[in-house]
Design a protein around this ligand. Structure first.
Ligand SMILES: Nc1ncnc2c1ncn2[C@@H]1O[C@H](COP(=O)(O)OP(=O)(O)O)[C@@H](O)[C@H]1O
Ligand SMILES: [Mg+2]
Length: 242
């Protein structure tokens, strides 16, 4: 469903993503890991169209989308979450999800009442019904992360790009977010690329792991095999949390 070929993105002298190629099949859940600064977020930004690559190409469902704008890719079914939640902070949880529903492709065809109903459904899915009238700036990080996921899902994506859903959460919260992500993948027939800095969390939650290091693709395979590779162990040396 997604084919990334020789993708490269520079920021001044830094090559944030360096000649990266991989494919993701429909229905897969792929973990993308790597030390801080490895280029994970940049890669997500390139796939979602937030940045344009300097070199390389991206294909989505057989169509070249390398030059497509972010909203065009969203229309095709690519949604993402942000490492730092980007919700409208002075609006309630409910309003944020209603906005997402109205901003989706079908949003133009439905009434506000229908959008409200759908938004309530997505909030419920993430256990956020009781929090619906709370203004985003008053929500703790755990609920912000859930709301980011609810908002992304309300766009009815085919490919969901998750950038660090676990950052700032305690182990129990992380476990519950992980369970929810796997549940929505099954229920909504989603393909997911899931970025995390901490390897351990993803190990149990995904079927395949891609490792990045200094912008390069370092490894790609089954989690148990990938973590044993000397080059991966080496990349994480000096990192406190593995
Ligand atoms: N908008 C930007 N401008 C300049 N440098 C950037 C920008 N975004 C990322 N970088 C640099 O690119 C490299 C990769 O960053 P990033 O993709 O955020 O890594 P990760 O998400 O793996 O921690 C880092 O060296 C970072 O400083
Ligand atoms: Mg990042």
């Amino acid at each position: 469903m997604l084919k990334v070929s020789r993708l490269t993105k520079r920021f001044g002298g830094i090559i944030a993503v360096n000649d990266v190629s991989f494919e993701v099949k429909k229905g897969e859940i792929v973990g993308l890991i790597g030390p801080n600064g490895a280029g994970k977020s940049t890669l997500i930004n390139l796939i979602s169209g937030f940045y344009m690559p300097d070199k390389g190409s991206i294909e989505f469902n057989g169509k070249e989308i390398t030059k497509s704008k972010m909203y065009e890719r969203a229309k095709m079914g690519i949604a993402r979450t942000f490492q730092n939640p980007r919700l409208v902070s002075n609006m309630t949880a409910l309003m944020n999800v209603i906005y997402a529903v109205l901003g989706s492709e079908r949003g133009k065809k439905i009434s506000l009442v229908e959008a409200y109903g759908e938004a309530m459904y997505y909030l419920d899915l993430f256990g956020l019904l009781k929090k619906r009238d709370i203004v985003v700036s008053d929500l703790p990080i755990y609920e912000l992360r859930l709301l980011e996921l609810a908002r992304a899902l309300a766009l009815q994506p085919k490919l969901l790009l998750i950038d660090e859903a676990m950052a700032g959460l305690n182990p129990a919260e992380a476990e519950s977010v992980s369970r929810l992500i796997n549940r929505i993948r099954e229920e909504f027939d989603l393909t997911i690329i899931w970025v995390e800095h901490v390897l351990k969390i993803l190990m149990k939650s995904v079927e395949r792991i891609i490792v990045m290091h200094y912008g390069k693709l370092l490894a790609d395979g089954f989690p148990e095999e990938v973590v044993k590779k000397p080059e991966v162990v080496e990349a994480y040396v000096g990192e406190e949390r593995v």
